[in-house]
Design a protein around this ligand. Structure first.
Ligand code: NDP
Length: 439
């Protein structure tokens, strides 16, 4: 860690992600002769390639803007680089490196042959017209295209990159390369997308929570569920929670959270989806339609008593104090839909209280797993049914859960899912790296 800190001292999110992995994987390496003395982890924390580029584009008033684009190609030991693109003003190398590092373990856990990568830009799609977003996406892809390809690197969506942005990015790639290939995932259904891909991260998170609860002979039916975020992951985590009989009482965005003690039912969720996806509105507008709900400006929803918490917005959105509040209020299960939403102190608080806690690299892996299924369908030039994809997703989430149990079960019967996910993810990548020699 000293060497990693010396080299990446100005990258707090990246160091946080590495520390969490090192805490559990270094003792494992020490106990397993084949990994000893090979500097495997030190090699894994250094990106294979870090690409940064200028993205110049013109707004609707003719003004020229410059943003910074990135692609971090972290590890290709078990397959081509795979991971999302994030468009958000906070994007920088530290955040993308933490996401790319997590992605390596997550992709390994899915059992599919995918390496890890991540990319994006500090461009903010919020408040931009569709034409401006299109011009930005085209300018971004005008450089990115030379670094990616269906056998090299296959980006997908993340914060700020949804169906609209993937469409613009794909269109530009196809135009430049004159090739219709599965170079991006999250595509529209009529042009190579997979059924269930939009739903997959949120659904998978809830399937994972259900698998964890099952170990306690419990389930989601009748449980009160607090969800943060109101984007892609949060929306479909809420949808699956409702389908399994849970009661969703909160959603949020960067402005604050709404609390609807009657429950956000199917009809109310449809309103939120239209508000966020089509009207690109703010979650506070929920009260215009449902005035009996409460809006808490500038706050996160962890103060609301619940049985289950699903953080589905962004990194470090749940701190140590929030974790204590959740436990005090009776929360028994936390499954991360977002990447690293819980600060390290919060993770330790959950584990010390021995409640069920799943790190995002395990519980939100359904998104990238279904992206892997989209790649398979593109290669085979076929399209599976909704039921087929959903069954595969459920199966993958269960396999990931089993891997966590295999490597994370402690003597007192408590499952440390962080340890389980880190070790299971590490073993496959490390074995491939050892087989391929010092590269
Ligand atoms: P979206 O852009 O669809 O939604 C993001 C949501 O999080 C919005 O409600 C947004 O609010 C909120 N948010 C973003 N930044 C902040 C912030 N700094 N503080 C508070 N709220 C914030 O993204 P996704 O739903 O796709 O992604 C959410 C999380 O899930 C991310 O951590 C992502 O990495 C992770 N993830 C996503 C996958 C996917 O398939 N999409 C796969 C695996 C993980 P606002 O509109 O105000 O910005």
């Amino acid at each position: 860690m000293d060497e990693v800190r010396a080299r990446n001292g100005h990258e707090p999110e990246f160091l946080q992600a590495v520390q969490e992995v090192a805490d559990t994987v270094i003792p494992y390496i020490a106990d397993n002769e084949i990994y000893n003395g090979k500097n495997i982890l030190l090699r894994m924390v250094e990106p294979e390639r870090l690409i940064s580029f200028r993205v110049a584009w013109v707004d609707d008033d003719g003004e020229i803007h410059v943003n910074r684009g990135y692609r971090i190609q972290m590890n290709s030991a078990i397959g081509p680089y795979k991971g999302g693109l994030r468009f958000h003003p906070t994007v920088n190398a530290s955040i993308l490196k933490f996401l790319a590092f997590e992605q390596v373990f997550k992709n390994s856990l899915t059992t599919l042959p995918m390496g890890g990568g991540k990319g994006g830009s500090d461009f903010d799609p919020k408040g931009k017209s569709d034409d401006e977003v299109m011009r930005f996406c085209h300018a971004f892809m005008a450089e990115l295209f030379r670094h990616i390809g269906p056998f090299t690197d296959i980006p997908a969506g993340d914060i700020g990159v949804g169906a609209r942005e993937i469409g613009f990015l794909f269109g530009k790639y196809k135009r430049i390369q004159n090739e219709f290939t599965g170079v991006l995932t999250g595509k529209g259904l009529s042009w190579g997308g997979s059924k269930i891909r939009p739903e997959a991260t949120g659904y998978g998170t809830v399937y994972f929570a259900q698998d964890m609860l099952l170990t306690k002979n419990d389930d989601i039916d009748g449980k009160k569920v607090v969800i943060s975020g109101s984007g892609n992951v949060a929306q479909f985590a809420a949808e699956k929670t409702l389908q399994l009989g849970g009661k969703v009482v909160t959603l949020s965005d960067s402005g604050g959270y709404i609390y609807d003690k009657e429950g956000i039912d199917k009809e109310k969720l449809a309103f939120v989806m239209d508000l966020k996806n089509n009207k690109r509105g703010r979650i506070s507008e929920y009260l215009d339609k449902y005035p009996s709900a409460e809006y808490h400006k500038g706050k996160t929803p962890w103060e609301v008593p619940c049985d289950i918490a699903l953080p589905c917005a962004t990194q470090n959105e749940l701190n140590g104090e929030d974790a204590k509040t959740l436990i005090k209020n009776g929360c028994i299960c936390v499954a991360e839909g977002a990447n690293m939403p819980s600060a390290l102190e919060a993770v330790h608080t959950f584990q010390d209280a021995k409640i069920l806690f799943a790190p995002g690299k395990a519980s939100n892996a359904g998104g990238v797993a279904t992206s892997g299924l989209e790649m398979s369908q593109n290669s085979l030039r076929i399209s599976w049914t909704r039921e087929e994809v959903d069954e595969r997703l459920k199966g993958i989430m269960k396999d990931i859960h089993d891997s966590c149990i295999e490597h994370g079960l402690e003597e007192d019967g408590y499952c440390n899912y962080v340890k389980g996910a880190n070790i299971a993810g590490f073993v496959k990548v490390a074995d491939a790296m050892l087989a391929q020699g010092v590269i």
